[in-house]
Write a protein that binds this ligand. Structure first.
Ligand SMILES: *[C@@H]1O[C@H](CO)[C@@H](O)[C@H](O)[C@H]1NC(C)=O
Ligand SMILES: *[C@@H]1O[C@H](CO)[C@@H](O)[C@H](O)[C@H]1NC(C)=O
Ligand SMILES: *[C@@H]1O[C@H](CO)[C@@H](O)[C@H](O)[C@H]1NC(C)=O
Length: 407
């Protein structure tokens, strides 16, 4: 196994055990080929992957154990990599491409890591082959098709590093992090058509201490989405487009209390996306808060809604009363955001009449209406905060006692 390169400083604390183990002793490798996998793209290799994982997970030698997937194409009907493992750390080194079954089998989760602690997934291409599923969705709508298969899911796990993954054409969400802590997803490529339904790039739920660094994402839904229970999330170096942008939400579809805290989004570029930086909650009698979101160093190119907070979300006006969302949004900053909007309204803070947004700060935000080559507009409802430096379109925020001091 090649020596591991030093992890980014930010991630170092998560992976100390993996890195030290790797330098101490060579990994014991378990190749899927030795467990009966055939790299012909047609033979189902699910059993071979299951067995190779089982052996690596049970390995008690000193040093990490590795599951090795050599170059080639492997049909894998589904793969559940479950822990806890007896070995301290498991690496899954993938040189090949994993193919999802076609026609779609209706499994909700295709490749899953669950209850693991200290796993790194290195390289690999996952081809979800979602085309037939999307055709079903487009033809019949939701209910006539089975649930969308998600390509990669990290569930109930700790200290997981996914590095150098390419995820193509997932039928549903490409990468899901749920009920986990200490997860880093670095050097990722996600690719699906702009009109593929609900194919979010990276989706984070009920998880903390999650890092996404260096990702190139083009897909049919949010490039990165964070929903209830996301906290201490760091997203840096993402390019997004096509797609629906970087989103917090939708939040509060059910009455359960929602909390999203301490989200950092930095150095991202959005091109031709429907939204840029979005926070969205249902206009329902829900409760909870979004507290502490920092967006900085953002470039927008021809984005339909570059900056948007929508607390009155209610597609079709069907199930929502009219008082807006009960979720409090506070302490959200936008710093050094520039580029072009594809619509006249580049900044939209459409907050809840019952729980107004507070503590919004804008500093050096320069967005123009790219279509008209003129200044863009901003729109505020129930939005409080302060603007600093150059802000165009001019801020429409109301003054706010609660706005934190800006250094
Ligand atoms: C916010 O999250 C980052 C990681 O994204 C972490 O380093 C930082 O300590 C957190 N801040 C607070 C106040 O918890
Ligand atoms: C605002 O949120 C940031 C994280 O984005 C945090 O570091 C800061 O302490 C928060 N400020 C207040 C006043 O809550
Ligand atoms: C929903 O209701 C709002 C306000 O009552 C209205 O402005 C909007 O056009 C409606 N949207 C739909 C899709 O009916």
């Amino acid at each position: 196994m090649p020596p591991r390169r030093a992890n980014l400083p930010l991630l170092a604390h998560l992976f100390t055990s993996l890195a030290t183990a790797a330098t101490r002793a060579a990994a014991t490798s378990y190749s899927v080929l030795d467990y009966g996998a055939v790299a012909d793209g047609r033979t189902d290799c699910a059993d071979a992957f299951f067995s190779a994982w089982g052996a690596a997970c049970a390995d008690e030698d000193e040093g990490p154990a590795a599951v090795v997937v050599p170059a080639g194409e492997y049909l894998v009907s589904r793969a559940k990599f479950s822990g806890p493992c007896r070995s301290g750390a498991v690496a899954v080194d993938i040189a090949g491409t994993l193919l999802a079954p076609v026609p779609y089998a209706g499994v909700q989760l295709w490749i899953v890591f669950q209850n693991v602690n200290g796993v790194s997934v290195n390289g690999g291409t996952l081809d979800g082959r979602g085309q037939a599923y999307w055709a079903c969705r487009r033809a019949g709508g939701g209910s006539s098709c089975p649930a969308a298969t998600r390509s990669l899911t990290i569930y109930r796990s700790r200290n997981v590093l996914v590095r150098g993954l390419t995820s193509l054409n997932s039928a549903g969400i490409h990468v899901t992090v749920q009920a986990s802590t200490g997860v880093a997803i670095v050097d990722t490529v996600v690719s699906a058509p702009g009109d593929s339904p609900n194919t979010d790039g990276i989706h984070i739920k009920q998880s903390s201490d999650v890092t996404v660094r260096n990702a190139r994402i083009g897909t049919g839904d949010d490039c990165v989405s964070m929903v209830e229970g996301s906290s201490d999330v760091w997203i840096q170096g993402v390019t997004c487009g096509p797609g629906h942008g970087i989103s917090i939400g939708s939040l509060g579809d059910t009455p359960e209390q929602v909390a999203v805290r301490n989200i950092t989004v930095k150095a991202v570029t959005l091109s031709g996306t429907t939204n840029g930086l979005r926070i969205k909650s249902w206009a329902k009698p829900n409760s909870g808060l979004v507290d502490g979101v920092s967006f900085s160093d953002v470039v927008m190119r021809n984005v339909r809604n570059p900056i948007i907070v929508d607390q009155n979300y209610c597609p079709g006006n069907v199930t929502c009363p009219t008082e807006g969302s009960g979720i409090k949004i506070t302490n959200v900053s936008y710093t050094d955001v520039e580029g072009t909007s594809a619509t006249p309204v580049a900044v939209r803070f459409d907050c809840s009449p019952s729980r107004p947004c507070t503590g919004i700060t804008m500093r050096n935000v320069r967005l123009s209406d790219g279509m008209q080559q003129r200044p863009a507009e901003s729109l505020c409802r129930n939005a409080h905060g302060i603007a600093y430096g150059q802000v165009a379109p001019p801020s429409c925020l109301d003054d706010d006692q609660e706005t934190p001091c800006y250094k």
